[in-house]
Design a protein. Structure first.
Length: 102
């Protein structure tokens, strides 16, 4: 099953679960410019989401990695993690994207 958490919670994840870091510089992390625009409040969360999806889906390596995560999650629990404690965070968008893959 695909799950999420944040960095400070890594110690609470069961030992048999897989951990996947999705914070920068991960291929699944937001670009530096996207993150900067969000942190500077130059864009809304809706705009962030559109740009993030476009970024990830336009990168064949990122899509391939998402497919591998989806496959792995059929066998073991997979936790996507980054720094943010709660939404809004790109890992929630990422979980939706991975689950939507066919």
């Amino acid at each position: 099953m695909l799950k999420e958490t944040y960095l400070a919670n890594l110690a609470t994840i069961p030992i048999e679960a897989e951990r996947v870091r999705v914070a920068r510089p991960s291929i699944l992390g937001p670009s530096k410019s996207l993150l900067a625009d969000w942190k500077a409040r130059k864009i809304t969360w809706s705009e962030y989401e559109v740009r993030y999806k476009r970024q990830i889906l336009s990168d064949p390596g990122a899509v391939k990695y998402m497919r591998a995560i989806k496959e792995l999650a059929t066998k073991v629990d997979v936790y996507l993690y980054c720094y943010e404690k709660r939404p809004p965070c790109h890992r929630f968008i990422l979980i939706e994207m991975i689950n939507a893959l066919t």
